[in-house]
Design a protein around this ligand. Sequence first.
Ligand SMILES: NC(=O)c1ccc[n+]([C@@H]2O[C@H](COP(=O)([O-])OP(=O)(O)OC[C@H]3O[C@@H](n4cnc5c(N)ncnc54)[C@H](OP(=O)(O)O)[C@@H]3O)[C@@H](O)[C@H]2O)c1
Length: 336
Amino acid sequence: MRSLLPVPAERVNLVEAYSKSIQAPEGRPFVRLNMVSTVDGAVAFAGRSGPLGGPGDKLVFSVLRAIADVILVGAGTVRAEHYGPPRLPPEVQALRERRGQTPLPRLAVVSQSAYLDWTLRLFSAAPAGPAGPAAIGAQEAPGGPAGPSGPAAPGGSAAPGGPAAVAQPRPLVIVPGAAPAENVQRLATRADVLTAGEREVDLSAALQELGRLGARHILCEGGPRLNSSLVAAGLVDELCLTLSPKLAGPAGGGLPGGGWLPAGGGLPGGGWLPAGWLGSRGQAVARRPGDEAQSPLGTSSQPRQPLSPLEIVHVLEEDSFLFLRMRVQHDLAPGS
Ligand SMILES: NC(=O)c1ccc[n+]([C@@H]2O[C@H](COP(=O)([O-])OP(=O)(O)OC[C@H]3O[C@@H](n4cnc5c(N)ncnc54)[C@H](OP(=O)(O)O)[C@@H]3O)[C@@H](O)[C@H]2O)c1
């Protein structure tokens, strides 16, 4: 993988490239979104993101996971992508521990309904037992400030002797207080349930709670609805976008179905919407009663929130895939 910006280079150390200049805002952990999109704005093809990616994208995905304390993901993505527990090579786990992190990042699922598929490996592989969110355990790394400071990447050098694989931590599931009690009780046998908000999940409160449990660096892997809510709440600090050199056309919800939408409906608000959220003219449409009200998007002609300005941290390239790392300029956002 080569660097195009800020400085052209034929080879890039991905861990360094994605670790530097991470700044958590006051009062909550740093939040980074990672998504892959076709050039025409589709984020899934036949319901999955896999067909959009490639080897470089998989590598960046793994590096971002290796750096993060928590992987945040919406329930829709967990269902669509059949999520399992996060895995990292033993040598990467050892490097994380040396940095003061837990060996594996904790997976946190956001769900309004608390209704999830218990047969998914994410839950079936988790240790059974009583509920209660255990600390995430990112401690101050020796000599290091908040955020990752040392290399930890797939393929990194192994510690002598190699550490033994660690027990898989239980996933966290973040639900609102109004989530059906029977679903929550069932969840609690295989996950640690964190309640944030009453009628709806309060993402700001959820992030603060994750911070209180020890998380300083959160990687959000989507999907579109969770991304949109985070952007609407001003809770995104960085976007890592893989631009896949593919056109999905209408099948992926991209051109002409809605990927390239007029202002207020494009990335990340509309381009990252599943096709079912987009009408034939690209306007946001309700999937079920209540969804429209929860959407921060409004319609493509009447955006409910101002645009969030971004600046480039880096642009990398491999096999015509572009890897954009962009920082949200909170200080330039309207009303800041
Ligand atoms: N290209 C990529 O990088 C990428 C990444 C991720 C996903 N995807 C694709 O995106 C599609 C899924 O899209 P999606 O929008 O349904 O995904 P999503 O945001 O992961 O899931 C939506 C569901 O997550 C929960 N949720 C999300 N935000 C919430 C909030 N603010 N408050 C409460 N609950 C919230 C709700 O769960 P409940 O239904 O449980 O109430 C909601 O129905 C899939 O096709 C997947 O392959 C692509």
